[in-house]
Ligand binder design. Structure first.
Ligand code: PA5
Length: 448
């Protein structure tokens, strides 16, 4: 379940936008449900949730179990929508430090626990092909030396430069080290076309398909995201069905929080705001922030319209960007994404000197409080200060960090951004602008 608090953004909506906007949102929502909006041929991200493919979920879980048994490292090669979703979910669900298992989340009878005790290690998930750093690739290969490596190369088009050249290097490295190399490489790509599809057929790699009607940034709940996520030990069925439940909720509700969020973002855009910050307090949500940036940026940034999406991690960024948010140009809106239960049970120690307020660090006033109490105070204080400083603030609250909740959150944002695109009068499912830099880069590289 998602809670949305918008009261700190109410005063910032322009007067002429206060009436009647919800009718436009409902009509955008109906167009999405009926497949009548722009880019209706790209609604596979909804279709897969309406008709869940349990056999595929099972197949992916089985393959993940094989990889977890045999691999020290799963290397995921992909860029943009072909890696951000997987990274977001894995980061959100993984413990901060290797081998620390939350006792409640992974009890002795859970498969994750069993995996650890039986094999003594987790399969580390690393990424490549998501930028152009040769230094990174060189050091990565050094790190992989002597390890049992599996590769999941992911590219819908099968022709993207960054993962393409990284895979060339890594394939050569794999072929020189593993007799069963072709068994260790799994390709996730288009069913019929693209260079990766052709290569996978020739080498007899195992493959997974990205359906034609699902764009990269909407593909986290397909094998693109689900295979790496399953290898991380997460329950992909629960993730997937969390999204199914959220879709049902939104589709069936009269005016769901997703519609309210879409309406307010649009109203603020039309009131002159140009940047939306997704503000988080839990570092493990930073991957969700990066995924959200791509989802909203590529979907809405068209025809010189749309909110520029950027993520801040607080309180870290309060000590860098906080000044600008508080006092800079008044073109920024802010959406806080927080957890009801952040699990921060560490308590600030009480010192004997606290009782008579003589503590040397001057922090006696927080002694005995839990970190989560401090975070809550920082959250409330920051929202209040920013709103008072002229920043329209919305607050999205999720109950906890688990698979089911994350699946729901993923769908919540996907639905919102589709409505956002329709309200702006653009097609939220294409990305014509991304091609321009590629053309210019290929020209520099002398592509025929
Ligand atoms: O959302 C998108 O469509 C893009 O960000 C793509 O995911 C990204 O460019 C990678 O494309 P591909 O999967 O074809 O290699």
């Amino acid at each position: 379940m998602i809670t949305l608090d918008q009261h700190r953004s109410d005063p910032f909506v322009a007067e002429h936008l206060r009436e009647g906007l919800n009718r436009r949102v409902v009509s955008a929502h109906d167009a999405l449900l009926d497949g009548r909006g722009a880019g209706a041929e790209w609604l596979g991200w909804r279709r897969i949730l309406a008709y869940p493919n349990d056999a595929l979920l099972e197949e992916l879980a089985q393959q993940a179990a094989e990889i977890r048994r045999r691999a020290d490292v799963l290397l995921c090669i992909g860029i943009g929508g072909s890696y951000l979703g997987a990274e977001a979910v894995i980061k959100a669900l993984s413990p901060y430090f290797e081998r620390f298992e939350e006792p409640e989340a992974h009890g002795e009878d859970s498969p994750l626990f069993e995996e650890h005790t039986n094999h003594g290690h987790t399969t580390e998930i690393l990424f490549a092909g998501h930028h152009l750093s040769g230094r990174y690739l060189e050091q990565l290969l050094g790190y992989l030396e002597g390890k049992s490596v599996y590769v999941n190369v992911i590219s819908k088009s099968g022709t993207t430069l960054e993962p393409g050249i990284a895979f060339r290097v890594i394939r050569q490295w794999m072929e020189a080290r593993f007799d069963d190399c072709d068994r260790r490489i799994i390709a996730t790509t288009d069913a019929k076309k693209g260079a990766l599809k052709a290569l996978a057929e020739e080498k007899n790699y195992r493959t997974h398909v990205i359906d034609d009607d699902i764009g990269g940034r909407f593909s986290v709940l397909t094998p693109v995201g689900l295979l790496p996520i399953a290898v991380s030990g997460a329950d992909i069925r629960s993730l997937f069905y969390g999204a199914v439940a959220m879709k049902q909720d939104i589709d069936g509700a009269e005016y769901h929080e997703a519609l309210q969020y879409a309406e307010r973002r649009y109203a603020l855009h039309e009131s002159g705001y140009s940047t939306e910050i997704l503000s988080i307090f839990e570092p493990s949500l930073s991957g969700v922030g990066a995924w959200w940036q791509q989802l909203f940026g590529e979907s809405e940034g068209k025809n010189h319209r749309g909110l520029f999406p950027v993520t801040c991690l607080f309180s870290t960024d309060l000590h860098s960007l906080g000044q600008y948010i508080q006092k800079g140009r008044r073109n920024v809106i802010e959406t806080f994404l927080t957890l009801e239960d952040d699990g921060g049970h560490v308590t600030i120690p009480q010192l004997p000197t606290d009782t008579n307020d003589q503590s040397l660090d001057g922090l006696g006033f927080v002694a005995g409080k839990r970190f989560s109490d401090i975070t809550r105070a920082a959250l409330e204080g920051t929202m209040e200060a920013h709103a008072n400083g002229g920043v329209p603030v919305q607050h999205v609250i999720i109950p906890r960090l688990d698979e089911n909740t994350l699946g729901g959150l993923i769908y919540f944002f996907e639905h919102t951004v589709a409505l956002g695109g329709y309200l702006l009068g653009i097609n939220p499912f294409d990305q014509p602008g991304v091609e321009d830099y590629k053309k210019a880069m290929y020209a520099q590289l002398g592509r025929p």
